[in-house]
Design a protein around this ligand. Sequence first.
Ligand SMILES: NC(=[NH2+])NCCC[C@H](N)C(=O)O
Ligand SMILES: [Mn+2]
Ligand SMILES: [Mn+2]
Length: 301
Amino acid sequence: MLNKQLSIIGVPMDLGQNRRGVDMGPSAIRYAGVLETLETLEYMVEDLGDIEIARPSRGQEQLQDNLRNLKQVAEGNEKLAEKVDKAVADGRFPLVLGGDHSIAIGSLAGIAKHYENLGVIWYDAHGDLNTSDTSPSGNIHGMPLAVNLGMGHERLTNILDYQPKIKPENIVIVGARSLDQGEKELIREKGIKVYSMHEVDRLGMTAVITEIIEYLKDKTDGVHLSLDLDGLDPSDAPGVGTPVIGGLSYRESHLAMEMLAETNMITSAEFVEVNPILDEKNKTATIAVGLMGSLFGEKLK
Ligand SMILES: NC(=[NH2+])NCCC[C@H](N)C(=O)O
Ligand SMILES: [Mn+2]
Ligand SMILES: [Mn+2]
C-alpha cells in the first residue's frame, strides 16, 4: 500500500512546447475519473485544483536564447514547486497531473528537497535531457530531466534555491526511442541508465522492471514516477503532442505499474502530456487513469 493520503495537483501548462491543448490535460484526467478510481482503492484524496498558468497572448510567444516562454514556464513551475513541497512536508503523496513535461521541473524541485537520494523513473519516448544549447526545438518540455540535474538556464535549475535536484545514478529512463544527439552524449557522460525499446523488446517488461527495482531499491530513499503518456505507443495513447511510433503497449504499461505497486517504492508521481484536442474520445486520459489505478494497487483478484 502506498501513502494513503493523496494530494492531486493539476498543472494546465502548455507553454513548454508549441501545440496548444495539453493545458486541458488535468480536466480530461479528472473527467476520466481519477478521484473516483483512487477513492475506490481507499485513498484519502484531496484535490488541490489547478496551478495558475499564464496564457500566452497570441503572437506574443517568446523564444529567447532557444528557450520558448521561459518566464511563464519558470513562474508556473515556481508555484507548482511550492504546492508540491507543502504536500510532501504534510506527509502526503503528491500526484501531479499535466500539462506538458516541463512541469517535472517544478514537481521535482518540490519533492527532491525532502530526500537525500530521490530515485526517478522516467517513462517516456524521449530523454528530455536537452539544454538550450542542444535542443532542436527550444521547447522546455524536452529539457526537464537535464534541468533537474542542474543543467540549463538558472531561472529553471534554481527553483526553490537549490541544485541539482537529482543525481544521474538515481535516474532510469524507460521506453526511449527518440533521443537527440546531445541527449545521447549526456546519457553516456553521466552514465544514466536507459531501457530503450530495444532492451524492452529483448528482455521483456517483467525483466526490465525487476532490474529497475533492483537498481533503485537500496540506494534511494524515495522514488518519483514521471510518466509521459507518449512513452506508450500512439495506437494506444494518441492524445499526445509528440507521438513516436514503436512504443510501449497498454499491457506492458499496466504490468509495469502493477509491479511497481507491489514494491510500495513509489513516493510521488506525475502523469503528463495528455492532449485532449489530439485525443480520440478521451482515450489517453482514460488510459492515464487506468495506469494510476494499477500504480495505486488495483487488482483483478
Ligand atoms: N516531454 C516531451 N514530450 N518531450 C519531447 C521532446 C522532443 C525533442 N527531444 C525536443 O527537445 O524538442
Ligand atoms: Mn517527456
Ligand atoms: Mn515524451
